[in-house]
Design a protein around this ligand. Sequence first.
Ligand SMILES: [Fe+2]
Ligand SMILES: [Fe+2]
Length: 138
Amino acid sequence: MDQQSFVALLNEDLESEYRSIVQYTQHTATIKGAEYQSIIEELKAHLHQELEHATTLAAQISFLGGVPSVSVPRIPNVPNGADALRLDLDLEAAQLERYRQRVSQAMELGLHDVAEALRPLLQQTQDHVMDLQGALGR
Ligand SMILES: [Fe+2]
Ligand SMILES: [Fe+2]
């Protein structure tokens, strides 16, 4: 993999974080029910971390000579209950796999500083997966 392809993948990661921000903004406002109160509070915490993930990715893309994307992916409109949480879990699980690959690729490219910058995203995304798995009883 060359650096240009790596930057293109980072831009897809950035777009996926934009999706998280939009999706969690909807879901924290629309998921109702006493059984969801604690996960809603966790989703609100996720939302702030997703903005940090996006700004970290944008900074690394720019550092590597790329231009951070401003495209937000299309988001399925599933605002309620367990279906919404499953959509959130699927997104986080996909991001976790992407960040595992991205940290390895950064190391392979000799970009150890970039790998270090991405490690908090990897760890926090695993936490988000676990929060959603817990809420869905998995
Ligand atoms: Fe994120
Ligand atoms: Fe997340």
